[in-house]
Every structure is written in C-alpha cells, then in structure tokens.
Write a protein that binds this ligand. Structure first.
Ligand code: 4NP
Length: 162
C-alpha cells in the first residue's frame, strides 16, 4: 500500500514545523498508522539549514511528550512538490512562498495546517521565535488540534473509499 506523504513547512524549520512533524508522527504512531505515512518538515528560509530545532521548541515539545532531538533543519524547494501528497504551511507568508514555487502540475494539496481544524478560530500558527514561552505553548496546542482533525479526515476518507 502506498504511503501518504506529508510535509510541514514554516519559515526557519526550527520551531513550528519540526514541532508539527513530531506531534503528527506521535499521533500517527498511536493511531497505529505509522507505516501508512511518510512525514517530513522544512523551512522556506535558509538561515538554519543543518541545525537542530530551537532549544525552546525542544523543551516545550519534551514537556508535552514529543521528541524533536533527531530533527535537522532543511530548506523546502521545488523538487519537494512531486514528493508529497500534502504540504501544510504554518502561516500565510509560508503559504504564499510555497505557492510561488509550486510547479503547475502539482497534484497534491497545499494548504494552511489550521484549515484542517474547523474548531480553531485561529488560521495561522504564530511564529514563536521572537516571543516568550506562551508562544511555544500555543504552537503545540494549535498543532495538536490540527493533527487530530487531519487524522480524523484521513480515517473518514479511507472509510468512504472502502
Ligand atoms: P519557525 O520560527 O519558522 O517556526 O522555525 C522561526 C525561526 C527562525 C526565524 C524566524 C522564525 N529567524 O528569523 O531566524
């Protein structure tokens, strides 16, 4: 069975998108679906290529039970598009930057991550980099809600396909 390929994208790939990658992987593992998914993250910017996630992101994730320690930042590029079924942008700027590099024949879905979560009043995962601890906490909460909704959407679509 083919894997569903999911890419999470933010600006630096050291705070939001690695958090989303780890949260989603954890939830997919707990849902017994790990073999059905290939999961990755990347940033639109190049400043942090090759670096570990921000220590604040690592710490907040660890406090919620998610491990970011193995992740290494990379930059998204046009060649990523044919490799993924879903590309989730954390904010509108990420989405605009991705749309600008999207090949005309991209057959997957490019959308804001929080568009998955109809119960969320917030549409963007706010950039926590220049803020305090609250911002990192909010990132995890928003991402958890969106990942739960996406997994539900995936299960529903699988059920209606069978
Ligand atoms: P991220 O956060 O996009 O969630 O990884 C940021 C990380 C670094 C910078 C901005 C946002 N920066 O300007 O270096």
């Amino acid at each position: 069975m083919e894997q569903v390929r999911v890419l999470f994208v933010c600006l630096g790939n050291i705070c939001r998108s690695p958090t989303a990658e780890a949260v989603f992987r954890d939830k997919i593992y707990k849902a017994g679906l790990l073999d059905r998914f290939y999961i990755d993250s990347a940033g639109t910017g190049d400043w942090h290529i090759g670096r570990s996630p921000d220590p604040r992101a690592k710490q907040h994730a660890a406090e919620s039970g998610y491990d970011l320690s193995a992740l290494i930042a990379r930059q998204v590029n046009e060649a990523d598009f044919p490799c993924f079924d879903y590309i989730f942008a954390m904010d509108q700027q990420n989405l605009m930057d991705l749309k600008a590099m999207q090949p005309a024949d991209f057959g997957g879905q490019l959308r804001l991550l929080l568009d998955c979560d109809s119960s969320s009043e917030v549409r963007e995962v706010p950039d926590p980099y220049y803020g305090g601890s609250d911002g990192f906490h909010q990132v995890i909460q928003l991402i958890e809600g969106a990942c739960d909704s996406f997994i539900e959407e995936f299960r529903d679509s699988r059920q209606s396909a069978s």
